[in-house]
Design a protein around this ligand. Sequence first.
Ligand code: AMP
Ligand code: MG
Length: 356
Amino acid sequence: MNKKAKCIKPAIIIGAILVTVLYFILTVERQQSWPKKRFTAESGYREIMGTFVRVMAVATDKQTALACVEEGIKQLKLVDNLMSVHNAESQISRINREAYSQAVKVTEPVFEVLQRSVEYSKLTDGAFDITVGPLVDLWQQAGNKNIKPTEDEIASAKAKVGYEKLVFDTEKRTVRFAVDGMQLDLGGIAKGYGIDSAARAMQQAGAIGGMIDVGGDIRCFGAPQRGKQKWSIGLQEPKTDAKGLVSRQLELVLELVNKAVATSGDYRRFTLIDGQKYSHIINPSTSSSAEGLSSVTIIAEKATDADALATAVSVMGAEKGLALIERLADTEAILISSGPEFKQTKTTGAEQYIKK
Ligand code: AMP
Ligand code: MG
C-alpha cells in the first residue's frame, strides 16, 4: 500500500466517526429540548360529542397537568354544546330551525367552522358538504325501516342539499338558508375543531405537551410522556366480524410529534339495508353513501383539516383523493380499500410516520 492510500483510510474512518458524533449530539440535543422532569395526567375515557374522548396533558408539575386535562375536556364540551345537531339548544340546531325564515347570528367559533366547511367544499369539488343533513336523515330512516329510499324521496332531499345554498353575511356574522328544509350537519368537522380548540386551551393553561383523542380523531402536541420522544398512535384494521364487532388488530402504528390524525370509515358507523352496508358518509354527487374505501386516515398539522379531509377523501375515492392530498403541503393520507381486498395505498410522504 502506498503512503497516500495509508492516509486516506484513517481519514475516512475519522470522518465517519465525526459525522456519527455530530448526528448523535444534534439528535440528543433535540430530544433533550423537552424538560426531563415532566408529569402526565389523563382523563380516562369520557363520553362527549357522541363518542369516547380521552385527553392527556404533560406539564412540568402534576397540578398543571391535571388542570390542563380538565381545560381540554371543558373545551370539547363547549364545542359540542355549540355544534351538535343532537342538542336542541345548540347554535347549529337553531340555524336548522330558523335560518330559512331569517338570517341567524352565530358566535365566532360557529361562523369560523361554517366558513372553513365551505372552503373545504370548494377544495374538494363538493365532496365535503355540511348541508348533507337531509340526505343523512333519509338514509338513517331507511336503515331503521330496512327499506331503501325511493327515487322521489332522494330527489326531494337532494333539492335541499348544496353548500352554495348557504348565504353568509360576514359583517353581521349571520347565516341564512336559500332553500326551505335545509339542514346542517357538522359531524364531519366538529370533532376536529373541538380537538384544535382543546389543544390551544391546554397550551394556554401551561401544558408543554398533550394528546386529545375524540373517537379516534387525535391531535398530539409538544412533549410526549416522560421517557418517550414521540407520540404513538395505532390505526385499527378496518374489519368487522360477523356480529359487526370492530377488529382489535392494528393495521399499523404511527409515530408523531405536533400532528393531527383523523380516520373516517365505514367499518364503525354504517347502516344495513337488506343486508347491504351503507356508509354514514354521503356522496353529495350520487345522493347515496360513499363507496370504495373502508378507511381513510389523514395526517395534518391541525385536527380540523385532518377531520374534514378524511370525510372528503372517503367520498372522492382513492384516485382523486390521493391526488388532492399529494397537492397539499404537510398533509398525508393512508387509505384502505373496501373488503375483501382491504388494499392499502398512501401518499409519498406518509411512510415517514409509520413505525418500522
Ligand atoms: P367523519 O366520521 O368525520 O367522516 O364524519 C362523518 C359524519 O359527517 C356523518 O356521520 C355525517 O354526520 C357527516 N357527513 C356525511 N357525509 C358528509 C359529507 N359528504 N360532507 C360532510 N359531512 C358529511
Ligand atoms: Mg371528518
